[in-house]
Design a binder for this molecule. Structure first.
Ligand SMILES: NC(=O)c1ccc[n+]([C@@H]2O[C@H](COP(=O)([O-])OP(=O)(O)OC[C@H]3O[C@@H](n4cnc5c(N)ncnc54)[C@H](O)[C@@H]3O)[C@@H](O)[C@H]2O)c1
Ligand SMILES: N[C@H](CO)Cc1c[nH]c[nH+]1
Ligand SMILES: [Zn+2]
Length: 872
């Protein structure tokens, strides 16, 4: 709000003055003017510090000798300084100084032409001091013409009539605060500030009232009311929100409800036809419906602040916020954790998510310390007024985190031994490079830390998102599935969440090359998985005791085909073909549709080839929940398989743990990863291409290179290839994100390489080493292994026949990738002859006796007795 009038105060006496407007009443107007003498700069700085939040301070600095001191006043928050022509010339050359923070003074030494020349083409204002003849100034203003700069005038004879003339001419009058009053009836020798304030406000209403927007201190609209000169005057006098009701006259807000308001400021809009009251609302809220505003409750940061303040006053025992208030160390750790997660976030969505988390913990810290959002924002405004900008370099340990060593130089210097390089950035000197760690010199803890998968959002947070989605799908079925698809996939035209077989030919309109590629892959995957079928087995464990095992397909399977960062028809093949080979009766495929509501034709073609019953046009937790519980149109399944992002994986875990769902899952298959072991025989270009093929999946992917006894030059060639090839990729930005948490380990021999690999348990392991077949024997933990220079990982992703739906995140230690066994359950059977029962009976009866389970024992003894009596 720009100033309408500038009450002048003396900084030496303002605090104790009892004449005219009080300090609080001045703050309602929002602006003050003061003169600073040569020795008063320190006092002025302290005045600015104390009053920054309450006033905009305009300072006459004629007598301040140095430009440095003038700048320090501007830096401390003076909104405008009134200067001499000489000072103006000096200030014009100050970098970062906005010239609309300066007004030049018309004085005896300067002619009108000097002033016009000085301000021409700038935003510098003009200050006319001790003007005796107001008509002359009016004439001057008229003559000036065009886009006039802001003009401030102090009159030698400040009568109400003269002040109104100044305001009518569009200038801002400067007048001693001691000459003003908020109570003209009791103080007739002073000028009514309310009258001056609204002198230029126009009303186009027949009742002459002024539309008045009431906001809180953050500028959030609380409601719309009306004001009159009288109500403004009453508000200034009482320091409360007082308005003019169109029916009931003066309205002292909260007089009956108790929801009163503390007046903070009164201002006006740009064309002076709307009043703005900034208030601090007490009680239940502004609206008569007891909401914070007439437009509903607060949202965002304001709502969070409201909740945190309530929790501070009385937090429910055991609430997380109460824990944070009571444990400052926990709060500190959370702030650092969230700040770090925000630094690591790369996608728009993740940055917003992590920033929200950081703001939550930062605001908790503020509320704990009694600091309000309004105060934080005042600080932001104060910083915005700074002229002397800091360089903004990082300090202390943070600066150290930024410093990067020069890898190329190092390599040149140390002719053959590659050095470790552990900067956290993924791009070093603009190159796309992984961090290097030498296992011979780095402590094991550092290596373990470097090998950690990129931080995932905490399961608490993910569950907080996924659980309500699952509950919603259970409660509202198809309608909820559609709503989430509209929201996440932006497929707002979609009206049914399911596409049922038979699928129309038009939906599988593919090029002959694509059809041929899918058909080739389909056949290889089919062959490899068909070969996995196990024949029923039968064993006679004792004479007459025959045990068998046979398998049966799981009847109904749900296959999740990811479609967030990339659409993966190959995953439809990897999940659909073994389901078909196993003989699953109902195959349901789920995949997020495109924004136009359609599904990728390649996925429809695969669904058709594997005999899928339907395609669920949904992704994420909603697709998983729909298949787990079934909806009006989505068939319930017995097992859900397939990879996905954190929401998909979390939802699979939730439904698998719900016994009422009666559904199982394959495994946790998250962001893609690869570990390449390369020795001197490896081709650097091949190694780089394999690393990048998984890095391009997503920013949360991780790739690891284990360099076995490489020279600095050999390692450098791989790194050069990584940078060169990465920069040529269309998904270079994703690759950059993934490489930022990817690492190279320098190890001495293949044995050590395999130890690290087994510890990491990668989803994909690539062996680009001498005699790789022999090394396969050393593999203990891995999802799928790619052997030798001619086996890029992508052959496994698409066409070789092996499955690409594999355990990630180290779960290769206990899970297998998807295989035929994933679609069947094994059933055993026993078949005993009388002789067999005789042979085994005593062992069974004895053990039943030990367990004191008599009915078990008798089930045998009763038969043996029958045999003896010949009645069996
Ligand atoms: N391990 C394996 O075998 C394997 C195989 C293929 C792919 N992958 C991995 O699968 C992952 C696929 O992830 P993706 O994101 O590309 O696709 P996705 O289909 O798994 O996830 C997309 C869905 O996530 C949901 N979602 C997105 N943001 C959300 C939010 N803020 N709140 C709630 N739900 C939200 C939406 O419903 C969206 O449809 C990748 O990380 C890829 O590397 C792994
Ligand atoms: N590499 C992924 C599994 O981690 C699968 C995939 C599909 N398309 C390309 N790659
Ligand atoms: Zn892949």
């Amino acid at each position: 709000m720009s100033a309408t009038i500038l009450p002048q105060v003396d900084i030496a006496t303002y605090a104790t003055s009892t004449q005219g407007l009080s300090l609080q009443q001045l703050s309602f107007i929002g602006s003050v003017f003061t003169k600073v003498g040569a020795n008063q700069v320190e006092d002025a700085l302290s005045f600015l510090r104390q009053t920054f939040a309450r006033f905009n301070t305009y300072i006459d600095v004629h007598s301040v000798p140095s430009v440095e001191e003038v700048l320090s006043l501007l830096d401390a928050g003076a909104v405008k300084v009134f200067v001499t022509l000489q000072q103006l010339e000096q200030l014009k050359s100050v970098k970062n100084l906005d010239l609309d923070r300066v007004a030049v003074t018309v004085s005896d030494e300067s002619t009108r032409e000097d002033i016009i020349n000085a301000v021409a083409g700038t935003t510098v204002g003009v200050y006319a001091e001790a003007v005796a003849d107001i008509e002359l100034v009016e004439a001057w203003l008229k003559e000036y013409g065009g886009e006039r700069p802001p003009v401030f005038i102090s009159l030698s004879k400040a009568t109400e009539e003269n002040l109104l003339k100044v305001m009518n001419s569009g200038a801002v009058p400067v007048i001693s605060a001691e000459r003003l009053t908020v109570n003209p009836e009791a103080d007739p020798q002073r000028i009514d500030i309310a009258k001056l304030l609204i002198a230029n406000v126009e009303s186009d209403r027949v009742d002459g009232l002024f539309p008045t927007l009431v906001t809180d201190e953050r500028g959030i609209a609380l409601g719309l009311v009306y004001s009159s000169e009288k109500s403004v005057s009453e508000s200034l006098r009482t320091g409360a929100g007082v308005y003019q009701s169109r029916k009931r006259g003066l309205w002292y807000k909260g007089a009956t409800s108790g929801d009163t308001q503390e007046l903070i400021k009164i201002g006006f809009d740009c064309d002076q036809d709307c009043v703005r009251f900034v208030v601090r609302q007490k009680g239940k809220g502004f609206c008569h419906l007891s909401t914070a505003t007439c437009f509903g409750e607060y949202s965002g940061l304001s709502r969070l602040q409201q909740t945190l303040q309530k929790r501070k006053a009385s937090a429910p025992e055991g609430s997380y916020t109460a824990r944070l208030y009571n444990d400052p160390k926990l709060l500190q750790a959370k702030i650092m954790e969230e700040a770090n997660e925000l630094c690591e976030a790369t996608t728009k969505e993740d940055v917003a998510w992590e920033a929200a988390d950081l703001l939550y913990f930062a605001l908790t810290k503020c509320v704990a310390a009694g600091v309000t959002l309004e105060e934080v924002e005042q600080n932001l405004d104060a910083k915005n007024l700074k002229v002397k900008r800091r360089k903004g370099d990082a300090k202390g340990p943070w600066a150290a985190k930024l410093s990067v060593s020069a890898p190329q130089d190092e390599v040149k210097e140390a002719a053959s031994v590659p050095k470790a390089r552990s900067d956290p950035a993924g791009t070093i000197d603009g190159r796309i490079e992984m961090r290097r760690f030498n296992t011979a010199t780095e402590p094991n803890s550092v290596i373990q830390e470097a090998l950690k998968r990129p931080s995932q959002r905490s399961s608490e947070k993910i569950m907080g998102i996924v659980n309500p989605i699952i509950a919603d799908i259970r409660a509202r079925g198809d309608a909820a599935v559609l709503e989430y698809t509209h929201k996440f996939e932006k497929a707002t035209s979609l009206t049914s969440p399911v596409l049922k077989a038979p699928f129309q030919q038009a939906l599988m309109n593919l090029s002959p090359e694509t059809i041929a590629a899918i058909d080739t892959s389909f056949e290889n995957i089919r062959r490899f998985h068909a070969a996995q079928a196990d024949k029923p087995l039968t064993v006679e464990t004792m004479p007459g005791v025959v045990c068998s095992r046979f398998s049966r397909p799981i009847e109904r399977v749900g296959l999740y085909v990811p479609g967030g960062t990339a659409v993966l028809p190959s995953t439809a093949l990897m999940l659909g073909v073994p389901a078909m080979v196993a003989g699953c009766k109902t195959i349901v495929i789920a995949s997020p549709p495109r924004a136009d509501g359609s599904i990728t034709p390649e996925i429809v073609y695969v669904a058709h080839k594997v005999g899928a019953q339907s395609i669920v046009l949904a992704g994420g937790a909603q697709a998983v929940a729909a298949m787990a519980y079934g909806t009006e149109s989505v068939s319930k399944v017995d097992k859900i398989l397939g990879p996905g992002n954190q929401f998909v994986t979390a939802a699979k875990m939730v439904v698998a743990n719900d016994t009422s769902a009666g559904v199982s899952i394959d495994m946790p298959a998250g962001p893609s990863e690869v570990l390449v072991i390369a020795d001197k025989t490896a081709n650097p270009a091949f190694v780089a291409s394999d690393l990048l093929s998984q890095a391009e999946h997503g920013v949360d992917s991780q790739v690891v290179l284990i360099a076995v006894d490489l020279t600095a030059e050999q390692l450098q060639s791989i790194e050069n290839e990584v940078d060169r090839q990465a920069n040529a990729l269309p998904r270079v930005d994703i690759v950059r994100g993934a490489i930022s948490h990817s690492v190279t380990l320098l190890v001495k021999d293949i044995k050590e390489a395999m130890e690290y690999s087994n510890l990491y348990a990668p989803e994909h392991l690539i062996l680009q080493v001498h005699e790789p077949e022999k090394i396969v024997e050393l593999v203990q933990n891995a999802g799928s292994v790619f052997v030798g220079p001619w086996t890029p990982e992508s052959v496994g992703d698409y066409s070789a026949g092996v499955n690409h739906s594999l355990p990630t995140y180290g779960y290769a230690k206990q899970y297998s990738g998807v295989n035929l066994g994933s679609y069947v359950k094994h059933i055993t059977s026993s078949n005993l002859s009388p002789e067999g029962l005789k042979n085994i009976g005593s062992a069974v009866m004895q053990l039943a006796k030990v367990e004191e389970l008599e009915a078990h024992r008798r089930a045998v003894s009763i038969r043996l007795e029958h045999m003896e009596k010949g009645t069996g």
